[in-house]
Write a protein that binds this ligand. Structure first.
Ligand code: AMP
Length: 561
């Protein structure tokens, strides 16, 4: 078994390495040493994840619970801990300090043992799973006990990384790319195969295990598995429709529906629905489950779809209405009645035991038509394959007249590439593109707004360093009601509070409109937005889906042309 101390040690070393090549080497070395049964855990942890992306488990530990557990494990009061956090400006360093100085009453047998912890990766992972499984009455207390147990068993150095892991703030700069290359290096499997395996399984833990156990052959065997969500194929903005259509010879044109993405798995009588963030949202959508059971005539299938709320005329209602349906945990029957929705299926990735991702889009669409009986509640999206630009324009205006967002332009001969934003799917919307940015900080308001968070700092994602880099602030233009709701939403995400300034766990995505992108020395991204305004709260998107720094650079350059 691998000790958590070894993991902490690797994290500390990696933090001091700046070259990604060297980092990869170090991570690869670590993977070689980890026992087979713990390899998947090492993979999630080193990327700062507690569980694989697609998993239903959620640790559910906010800063409040974390401070209390640290307080119980160390003997420091919560207020004292908060003060140290303010002084040090870092949760990891705070944890080292308080665990290092923990009072005698908290000393355990292990600590007498020269503070040598015996925690293994598996111990930590199993405890995390137990914490995630706790819910209902008394859950706060029970989660607290388990966390306290973990912290009381760790040395100060381990506690630092444990704390950062628990709060999903590991930030040692190891992302998916480095882990993929490290797996390839450790087990001698070409990185393209590792990438393909990841695309299909959505779980680098599974890929690493296959690579370790059976090398190239076993990685090649990896495939899509029903009930385990796969990453979604993504679209990019069409910079030039004419060129996009010309490059594709013929383009497959569909409406871009104004709704939310669904990935639907049908496994005989069981239907499971995942959101765009790959969360299991089956319970919120009993109507969709029954449409799928009635209208999809195949035993096992994975479908890609968009759903939107409709008014009496079947026209789409505002985007926020569909989000109310997806987020719903209670009174589901009532909401299902009050907000009727419709489902448009536009792709199929798996059917009757076989992955279809390598088939061209036109072939996948044939399969769709064969296995779905259309109704007004659930149907295959219309698609026209054409190279006639006037026809494409006509479809675009029809979609907008009907209240939808615009069109999708797809390459008819393209495979389904999970998690990829390539040149095979373009989107075209009439309005100036908005940006999806993650909220990383904020500031308490002034005057009448002192009890509200009055402004929010937004960041884009630098894929190279894995960091979220600030690019704008929004605040003006929000009503008191907006601010009060947002303050409530963010209160459980506060990581650090320093005077008026707040740092948040990067989780909430804002869609913002703006006049222009400018170069800026004020923000670490090197760019800023002129007149940014909040358009929507994208609760359907996760922080790893926001704009990248590269895209901001592209947009900036295209503006200048
Ligand atoms: P965006 O969210 O702006 O990146 O645009 C891409 C999104 O459009 C997808 O993730 C889907 O949720 C949505 N969408 C709506 N209609 C379609 C369609 N016909 N094909 C693919 N995606 C669609």
């Amino acid at each position: 078994m691998t000790s958590f101390a070894d993991f902490a040690n690797v994290c500390r070393e990696i933090e001091n390495i700046s070259s990604s090549l060297e980092m990869t080497e170090r991570v690869a070395e670590f993977f070689k040493l980890v026992d087979t049964e713990e390899l998947h855990i090492a993979i999630y942890f080193i990327m700062g994840d507690v569980f694989p992306d697609w998993s239903d488990y959620d640790l559910g530990v906010g800063t409040g619970l974390f401070y209390t557990s640290l307080s119980k494990a160390s003997g420091f009061s919560v207020d004292e801990i908060k003060k140290i956090v303010r002084d040090k400006g870092d949760i990891g360093k705070t944890t080292v300090e308080v665990i290092d100085k923990r009072s005698g009453s908290q000393i355990t047998f292990d600590m007498f043992n020269k503070l040598k912890s015996k925690l293994t990766l598996n111990d930590v992972y199993t405890t995390f799973k137990k914490i995630a499984a706790i819910n209902g009455k008394g859950s706060h207390e029970n989660k607290l006990k388990m966390l306290q147990y973990l912290f009381s068993k760790t040395t100060p150095e381990e506690a630092q990384y444990l704390a950062r892991l628990v709060l999903e703030q590991l930030r040692i700069g190891v992302g998916e790319g480095i882990v993929r290359n490290a797996i390839s290096k450790s087990f001698n499997v070409p990185s393209e195969l590792i990438e393909r395996g990841y695309m299909l399984t959505n779980d680098l833990g599974v890929v690493a295990l296959a690579a370790k156990k059976g090398g190239i052959d076993e990685v090649k065997e990896l495939s899509i598995q029903i009930d385990r969500p796969i990453k979604l194929m993504l679209a990019q903005v069409a910079p030039n429709i004419l060129k996009a259509i010309k490059d594709m010879d013929n383009a497959a044109i569909e409406w871009k529906f104004d709704g939310a993405r669904l990935q639907i798995h049908k496994n005989f009588d069981d239907v499971t629905i995942f959101s765009r963030k790959l969360e299991n949202i089956t319970n919120s959508l009993p109507d969709v489950v029954s449409y799928v059971k009635a209208q999809v005539t195949t035993d096992t299938v994975i479908l890609d779809a968009e759903t939107f709320a409709i008014d009496e005329d079947g026209k789409p209602k505002p985007f926020q209405e569909i989000l109310k349906r997806l987020r719903r945990k209670y009174d589901i029957e009532m909401t299902t009645r009050d907000i009727p929705i419709t489902v448009k299926i536009f792709d199929v990735m798996y059917c009757n035991g076989k992955s279809l991702v390598d088939l061209p889009l036109t072939e996948r669409r044939k399969v769709l038509h064969n296995i779905i009986t259309d109704s007004s509640s659930l149907s295959v999206s219309d698609q026209i394959v054409t190279d006639n630009v006037e026809k494409v324009e006509q479809i675009y205006f029809e979609a907008i007249d009907d209240g939808h967002e615009g069109i999708m332009i797809k390459n008819p001969s393209s495979p389904y590439t999970p998690g990829k934003r390539g040149n095979n799917w373009f989107k075209k919307k009439p309005i100036m593109e908005t940006l999806d940015l993650v909220v990383i900080g904020g500031e308490w308001g002034y005057g009448r707004r002192t009890n509200f968070i009055g402004s929010f700092t937004l960041a884009c994602h630098d894929e190279k360093s894995g960091e979220y880099l600030p690019i704008a602030r929004v605040g003006t233009g929000l009503t008191d009601e907006n601010l009060s709701e947002l303050t409530e939403l963010f209160s459980s995400l506060i990581l650090l509070e320093n005077g008026r300034n707040l740092e948040f766990k990067p989780e909430v995505v804002f869609e913002v409109a703006f006049e222009e992108i400018q170069k800026s020395k004020n923000y670490a991204s090197g760019y800023s937005l002129r007149f940014p305004r909040l358009v929507n709260l994208r609760t359907d998107k996760s922080a790893d889906e926001i704009e990248t720094l590269d895209r901001i650079k592209d947009l900036y350059n295209s503006q200048r042309k």
